[in-house]
Every structure is written in structure tokens, then in C-alpha cells.
Design a protein. Structure first.
Length: 218
């Protein structure tokens, strides 16, 4: 999740574990123009979405992203408490959400909700199993002066870099969503640019030492 000069992006891989077996599916979810992604067990994420949709039906939606964040905090805290008692730290869940401050209008904002049920505004957050590997690239590629378009492409590259041979839990075709300030709706990086970013990561891995100038010539 990144806040850019003119909006936000949320990027994810598509590899999940369910019943001990790998599968591939979208990890970014859209609800009322807000994008969400999660860290934690797939089954707990499914429970979260069920509870959030139920709350949205009950309240007939939200009028601000902050209002939605408060509800997400409560759901995350309740689920983490329930499953940490049974599974230990593995039972915790964290949530990322981003959207326009007024849902359909306003500046784009991003929040990370910690497993304890505390949400904070963030500029850049790498979450999930491959976060430590992704952070070193994100810190230098996703700069504060970059545009939404640049960072969507760079995020697809970072996920492709981490995928499979660096972290076997990360994989599949990257999914990258973007929301621009004062523009309602969610757009996604095209399949063509996603494939180009993945190919770029693959090529760089094959000649990484040379690309960094770390080869001593005699």
C-alpha cells in the first residue's frame, strides 16, 4: 500500500494456502469503492469479509473512509482475539484499506489496521509473508515524488521479484489497484504492463550482479 503524489495504490500477489494446498485468486477486494487486502490465514480473511459486508448491509454503507476504518478496527480486534487464543500468533489478522476520504469524493487515504485493532494512516506499508523482502525495494522505488502510474508498474515489479524463488509463499500474477485523488472508482494495472514488469524482474535476476556493477573485471 502506497500514498503517491496524486493518489494511492494497493498491490498484492495471488497465491494463497487453503487446507494446506496452494491456490491462486485475487487478494484485493472492492467494497463501495474502497480497496482492502489482508495479512493472515485465508479462512480468517473470509470471516472478516463476511462480517464487514454484514455490517455494511446493516448500516447501508459508510459516508467516509474514517468511519469504515473504525468498523474494520473492531472486526480485526475481535477476530484476532478469538483465533489467537486458539492458534497463537498465527491466528492474528491485519488489514489494509484505501479509498477516497468521502468514499466518492476527496483525497485518497490509506490505513493499516494492526491485529490489536488499531488503525493508522500510512504512506507506504509492505505486509504479508514477503514483506521483508519487498521492503528493501519499495523503500527506494516507491518514492514520495512518484506518480500513481509509475508506482503501480513498480509495485508489480517488486511482487514479481519476490515471487516463488525468493519467497515460495508469494506467487501468481500481481494485482495492482489504484485510486486517484477526487476521482471515484478503482482502476487496475493492465495485463500488458503487469507482464512487462514480471519479465523485467525475471531478466534482472539473471544478471543482477552485472546490473549493480558488482563484477570485478581483470
Amino acid at each position: 500500500m502506497v500514498r503517491d503524489t496524486d493518489g494511492i495504490i494497493l498491490a498484492a500477489d495471488r497465491k494463497i494456502m487453503r487446507g494446506g494446498e496452494p491456490d491462486y485468486m485475487d487478494k484485493i477486494f472492492e467494497l463501495e469503492g474502497v480497496v482492502l487486502a489482508f495479512e493472515g490465514l485465508t479462512g480468517i480473511r473470509d470471516d472478516f469479509l463476511l462480517l464487514l459486508r454484514s455490517e455494511m448491509d446493516r448500516t447501508r454503507g459508510f459516508t467516509s473512509l474514517y468511519e469504515m476504518k473504525l468498523v474494520v478496527e473492531d472486526i480485526v480486534a475481535d477476530l484476532s482475539k478469538r483465533y489467537c487464543e486458539r492458534l497463537g500468533d498465527e491466528g492474528s489478522i491485519g488489514a489494509l484499506l484505501g479509498g477516497l476520504s468521502g468514499i466518492s469524493t476527496g483525497a485518497a487515504e490509506v490505513y493499516y489496521v494492526h491485529p490489536q485493532g488499531y488503525g493508522e494512516s500510512v504512506r507506504c506499508r509492505c505486509s504479508g509473508h514477503g514483506a521483508y523482502y519487498a521492503h528493501s525495494f519499495a523503500k527506494f522505488l516507491l518514492g514520495p515524488g512518484s506518480s500513481v502510474e509509475d508506482n503501480t508498474y513498480r509495485s508489480a515489479f517488486i511482487i514479481s521479484w519476490v515471487s516463488e524463488d525468493i519467497d515460495a509463499v508469494v506467487g501468481g500474477v500481481p494485482q495492482v489497484a489504484m485510486i486517484q485523488d477526487n476521482v471515484a472508482g478503482v482502476n487496475y494495472l493492465s495485463g500488458e504492463l503487469t507482464r512487462r514488469a514480471a519479465q523485467r524482474a525475471k531478466q534482472l535476476k539473471l544478471r543482477f550482479a552485472n546490473a549493480l556493477g558488482l563484477t570485478i573485471t581483470r
